[in-house]
Design a protein around this ligand. Sequence first.
Ligand SMILES: Nc1ncnc2c1ncn2[C@@H]1O[C@H](COP(=O)(O)OP(=O)(O)OP(=O)(O)O)[C@@H](O)[C@H]1O
Length: 228
Amino acid sequence: MIDIKQLSFKWQKHQIKPTLAIASLEVIKGEHVFLHGPSGCGKSTLLALLAGINQPTSGTLKILDCELNQLSNSKRDAFRADHIGYIFQNFNLLPYLSPLENVTLGCQFSKLRQKKALTTSSSLHQEASRLLNALGLDEQFHQQNVANLSIGQQQRVAAARAFIGSPELIIADEPTSALDSNNRQAFIKLLFEQAQAANSTLVFVSHDDSLQPLFNRNIDLIALQEQV
Ligand SMILES: Nc1ncnc2c1ncn2[C@@H]1O[C@H](COP(=O)(O)OP(=O)(O)OP(=O)(O)O)[C@@H](O)[C@H]1O
């Protein structure tokens, strides 16, 4: 699913030490990976590389056997839309739209994901509603303005948007940082249920090490970079 070899990434050409230097990393399909490390160690940078938002300075990074930096910008955008769901730290929801509208936007740029979404529901709205319910957002909130929802409710919308159309890879960047510990664990369990149902691989970044035991794999980004 994810295959990294001899990857190095520098934000600036003349940087002496790369921001990231990873000799090897493989993540297999269906794994739930907890990625952690101190602030500034490069977690978000790695997620941006996985999503094809940035390209490695050297080395190879393959997602689903596809080497992202061999693709043109438009093909890379299409690959991301088809295969990757991203849950942002600040959710990046459109505040003037409803949860249903925000979730259907998740597959707006991918015919493939629209098609997959329509295998479980008869319309994209219905599939968005099914996912919102599964992630714990009560029906009464589905048509409201997203800006009026609590942080925990917005987080459920952001997760449903990432999952619509069952992308193979779900990337979550600190989506639980605003929640208390009980709500965090409950939310992660719902995420796992959806990941399992969609057969998606999950890469989840958090500073909260108490979440580690919930995942089937932990990656310490500092230790990973010390491996040769
Ligand atoms: N757009 C950018 N341009 C230049 N340098 C950047 C940029 N984004 C991040 N960096 C640098 O790259 C390094 C890694 O940052 P990154 O945000 O990936 O760390 P992180 O582990 O996600 O941190 P945190 O846990 O605080 O979110 C930092 O030194 C940061 O200053």
